[in-house]
Design a protein around this ligand. Structure first.
Ligand SMILES: NC(=O)c1ccc[n+]([C@@H]2O[C@H](COP(=O)([O-])OP(=O)(O)OC[C@H]3O[C@@H](n4cnc5c(N)ncnc54)[C@H](O)[C@@H]3O)[C@@H](O)[C@H]2O)c1
Length: 251
């Protein structure tokens, strides 16, 4: 199996699926006929999302967990792998952005944000890696950001976390090529109307934000990739349903 047009009946694992962009990706995958394992710390919202997706005919598994903690993260992905076949796609979308200066932030706060972004990316990818190899194909998508390649004031944890995600993308894309596994970083190519943006965007930025559902086609495209397709790229998902892909392995 290489790149695939048919995602029907295949498994997607999505983190941060209780709201915002993760929920929009989950809906798009449900509409493509995928089975969904959904991870989020907000178990209450996750249950509502699963009810909504069941209405679309999707088979879902809600896995409430704190992705800043290694053991619950491992337990959640183990439960997903036990219930469903090898994931066709893993989308690590969960993140937390709390702006604090270097003077303000504590080590515990820094580690908390870094763990959600980067430690969870490692644990989830490590768990899916061998099943994807055994299945002959797979696609891993990490949510990056402008913060994955530029510096921003008071993003002492988020900024290096997102840079780390792009580093992991480059490294695993090289290793995944031998196993037909695609590894890409995705970033919203437009400001999106989500709870994270609500907390962090200026009123001027909020005037231009868009429904995250408009970005979902890029994530369906990424779910179809394998090592023989698009891999090692930063993919900007555009609000018109298109995407731009920058080759990270050449940068
Ligand atoms: N909002 C934007 O404009 C924007 C821009 C660039 C990149 N991004 C990236 O897109 C992704 C989605 O962003 P969003 O705007 O939808 O964010 P959001 O805050 O609206 O949603 C993030 C989800 O992650 C979950 N989460 C947070 N901490 C968690 C934890 N410890 N364990 C489990 N789940 C946890 C939240 O409950 C939430 O459901 C993030 O990776 C973000 O960095 C967003």
């Amino acid at each position: 199996m290489t790149e695939t047009d048919d995602l029907r009946g295949q498994t997607a694992v999505i983190t941060g699926a209780a709201q915002g962009l993760g929920k929009a990706i989950a809906k798009a995958y449900a509409c493509a006929g995928m089975k969904l394992a959904l991870l989020d710390i907000r178990g209450d919202l996750l249950a509502q999302v699963c009810d909504e997706l069941a209405g679309l005919g999707a088979e879902t598994l809600a896995l409430p967990c704190d992705l800043s903690q290694a053991e619950p993260t491992q337990a959640a992905i183990d439960a997903a792998l036990q219930r469903f076949a090898a994931p066709r796609v893993l989308v690590h979308n969960a993140a937390l952005l709390i702006t604090r200066s270097m003077q303000q932030i504590t080590f515990a706060q820094w580690q908390h944000e870094i763990n959600i972004i980067l430690q969870a990316a490692f644990i989830l990818s490590k768990a899916c890696w061998q099943p994807m190899i055994d299945a002959g194909a797979g696609s891993i998508v990490y949510l990056s950001s402008g913060s994955g390649y530029r510096g921003f004031v008071e993003e002492v944890a988020y900024n290096p976390g997102k840079h780390g995600i792009e580093g992991l993308t480059k490294c695993l894309a090289l290793e995944g090529a031998a196993f037909n596994i695609a590894v890409n970083a995705a970033t919203p190519g437009a400001p999106i109307n989500t709870p994270m943006s609500d907390s962090n965007y200026t009123e001027e930025q909020k005037q231009h934000w868009v429904d995250p559902a408009l970005l979902a086609p890029a994530f369906v495209f990424l779910a179809r990739q394998a090592g023989s397709g698009l891999t090692g790229h930063r993919v900007a998902a555009r609000a018109d349903g298109s995407w731009d892909a920058l080759d990270l392995l050449e940068s």
